[in-house]
Design a binder for this molecule. Structure first.
Ligand code: RIB
Length: 300
């Protein structure tokens, strides 16, 4: 197995996406503009984005044995992703996300995890050879935390680079942070992880340093259109974002992490990989749907 391969351990959702002029208030009924069904989920999004950027991708995830599971399995095959680590469960539905997107491209998401809830520590152990055989591990937080920790432990023990996207935001144990080479919070996630205000650049940098003190080797603070800030013991490096007209920002963060890992897997230095990540994430916002506008390597 190629040690530059990227293992993605995480969630697969089918995204039921409604486009609307504005988000509505509780009790209010509004007319939507369109409805579409897309493949999504933070794990699946990272896998597809990394594969389109030219990385060898192995996915460890769970699907139900239902129509959405079939839809997703076909999509993974079309993207050339090694899905031998995707487990199918007959007694639970595939994960679903109900997504509203407003006229500014902002989104609101409700996730029903379904089979993603089965991606626990036992599932990580069952996929040990896949995880340990890759050079990089991409993690997110839409699946059980014990599975995330076990996958990180396996990859760390095998000398792989562990990149954790702490999304959706939740507090995390230091044990997990200490297994991570890069933790990549956006502003909300940085505040949730540290319990600190991050309303200025100074506060954000201080919060990043708290994560370092708790064991993370490096923090890449995702700042949306402003790009990213890379912080470790020796560096405080801002990397500028790219300006685009955003239509749908769903999965921009997922594309960023995939681009970063794909860049590192190609042998790029951290700053260059972050520039690639910014560019890929920006392009991913230019069409509706999580995976629709994720760019291929040549398009960058
Ligand atoms: O990060 C975007 C993803 O979050 C969507 O594809 C949706 O499935 C939710 O999991």
């Amino acid at each position: 197995m190629e040690r530059r391969d990227i293992c993605v351990f995480g969630s697969l959702n089918v995204d039921l996406t409604v486009k609307m002029a504005r988000f509505h208030a509780p009790g209010e009924t509004v007319t939507g503009e369109s409805f579409n069904v897309y493949t999504g989920g933070k794990g699946g999004n990272q896998a597809v984005a990394a594969a389109r950027l030219g990385a060898g991708v192995k996915l460890v995830a769970c699907l139900g044995e239902d129509a959405n599971g079939e839809l997703y399995a076909s999509a993974l095959a079309r993207e050339g992703i090694d899905a031998s680590g995707v487990q199918r469960h007959a007694d639970v539905s595939s994960g679903v996300a109900v997504i509203e997107v407003d006229a500014r491209g902002e989104n609101r998401i409700v996730v029903v995890p379904g089979a993603n809830g089965r991606l626990d520590a036992a599932a990580a152990d069952a996929a040990k050879s896949i995880i340990a055989g890759c050079g990089f591990l991409l993690l997110q937080l839409e699946t059980p935390l014990d599975g995330v920790i076990e996958a990180a432990r396996i990859a760390h023990g095998a000398g792989a680079v562990v990149i954790l996207d702490p999304a959706p935001a939740r507090p995390l144990p230091d044990e997990l942070l200490a297994l991570c080479d890069y933790v990549t919070p956006n502003e909300t996630e940085l505040a949730t992880l540290t319990g600190l205000s991050v309303s200025s650049d100074e506060e954000a940098l201080a919060a990043c340093r708290v994560l370092l003190a708790r064991g993370a080797k490096a923090v890449v603070h995702k700042r949306g259109a402003r790009g990213a800030l890379w912080v470790d013991e020796a560096h405080v490096v801002p990397v500028a974002g790219r300006r685009v007209k955003a239509v749908d920002t769903t999965a921009a963060g997922d594309t960023f992490n995939a681009g970063f890992a794909a860049g590192l897997a190609e042998g790029m230095a951290v700053e260059a990989a972050l520039d690639l990540a910014n560019a890929a994430a920006a392009i991913s916002t230019t069409a509706p749907g999580a995976q629709t506008a994720m760019p291929r390597r040549g398009a960058l």
